[in-house]
Design a protein around this ligand. Structure first.
Ligand SMILES: [Zn+2]
Ligand SMILES: [Zn+2]
Length: 368
């Protein structure tokens, strides 16, 4: 969509401007280097402490087996110690969905959300009915005008054909959703993340996911809205900002209040609630502070330092379709199969995830 390309150009300009500002010293400094951790040199007590820290952090996740400490090579070549945690890509704390309405008469309680130019819309029947006006494009027709019935990818086969950037033409003008039970029951994702972040010589864009939420769900790349809209499809997110693809299961493209637990927090005492861990080991906090305000000056990776957390990120606004823009530290790996060794410096694609190098055509797993 022309509208989107324009937006991308504007975003690129903004990014360039902020990078320029960064080089003039207007941005907070990047995190200072933290020495790699030598696994062989750790005492039993230190190992135990790292493992307990990781397990406690992900206490809301559906953890498979027990987290372990492993040697790993990060994206910048640093050899250090990572924890390896395997999770089911299903949240333990709520049931995902709904995504697509079944009829244009369905209200927002029967559907999820859609993101456009920083705003969140209920992807309800009315929204689907008005897509030609919304996108100023007469080719939108997601429903049967006679009955109001919405075209939904309501089988595993249809979801596999439509939930990818090169949408099968048969499913143009479909509302695309995949159900969690299309995934094999034994599906899991393994994250290998440094126990202590190691600074990177250059800020690298995220690939293969920005990180993992406290409930074990992937905090993913931006959804490829251009490809989705070009095929006249929508791939709505549920109200928690997540949807399912057949490769990584349920994953987030937006951080919403679902991940923000304010219980027991006192406004002003803290920065913002922690919602996840980035692939470089730095914590990701909610978009807004406890007092509802936006955090002060953030660097180009949406990071800054505070007394409580040291260097950390703040997730992008829920409507932005961008949880993190880049990472300041060296990234670990994520795998959709177990038993792999993390060497994020070798594969230039999504760390450990396989697929083409950054900048090449997007890999197929992404349904948006
Ligand atoms: Zn902060
Ligand atoms: Zn997605």
């Amino acid at each position: 969509m022309g509208k989107y390309r324009g937006q991308m150009i504007r975003n690129t300009l903004l990014l360039s401007i902020s990078l320029l500002l960064g080089s003039c010293g207007a941005n907070p400094p990047a995190p200072t280097d933290i020495a790699p951790v030598d696994l062989a040199a750790l005492s039993a007590a230190e190992r135990d402490s790292y493992l307990r820290e990781a397990t406690a952090f992900f206490e809301k996740a559906n953890i498979v087996g027990s987290p372990s400490l492993v040697e790993c090579t990060l994206s910048g070549g640093a050899k250090t110690t990572c924890f390896s945690i395997t999770v089911k890509p299903v949240p333990g704390d709520y049931t995902p969905g709904p995504w697509c309405p079944r009829n244009i008469s369905d209200g927002k309680e029967k559907s999820g959300i859609w993101l456009d130019e920083g705003k969140i819309y209920d992807a309800d029947g009315k929204f689907l009915q008005n897509l030609s006006d919304f996108y100023e494009d007469d080719e939108w027709q997601l429903f049967d005008p006679a009955t109001g019935r919405v075209n939904v990818t309501d089988s595993k086969e249809k979801c596999a054909a439509a939930a990818r950037p090169d949408v099968d033409e048969k499913y143009n003008n479909y509302c695309v959703e995949c159900q969690l039970d299309y995934m094999p029951a034994e599906s899991s994702v393994t994250y290998v993340i440094p126990v202590r972040p190691v600074a990177s010589s250059n800020r690298s864009r995220t690939h293969g996911g920005a990180g993992v939420a406290i409930n074990g769900i992937r905090l993913d790349e931006p959804a490829p809205l251009d490809a989705i809209l070009d095929a006249h499809t929508l791939a709505p997110f549920d109200d928690c900002g997540g949807h399912v693809n057949l490769h990584v299961g349920y994953h987030y493209h937006a951080v919403t209040d679902c991940l923000v637990d304010k219980s027991g927090r006192t406004s002003g005492k803290y920065d913002a609630p922690v919602i996840g861990l980035a692939m470089d080991g730095y914590k990701i906090l909610a978009h807004r502070l406890d007092n509802g305000e936006l955090p002060g000056q953030l660097d180009s990776c949406q990071g800054h330092s505070s007394a409580e957390y040291g260097y950390h990120y703040h997730a992008g606004a829920a409507g932005s379709n961008r949880i993190l823009a880049c990472l300041s530290g060296q990234q670990g790996c994520s795998f959709e199969s177990s038993g792999e060794t993390c060497d994020a410096s070798v594969r230039r694609g999504p760390p450990g995830g396989g697929g083409p190098p950054p900048g090449a055509t997007r890999p197929p797993p992404e349904p948006g």
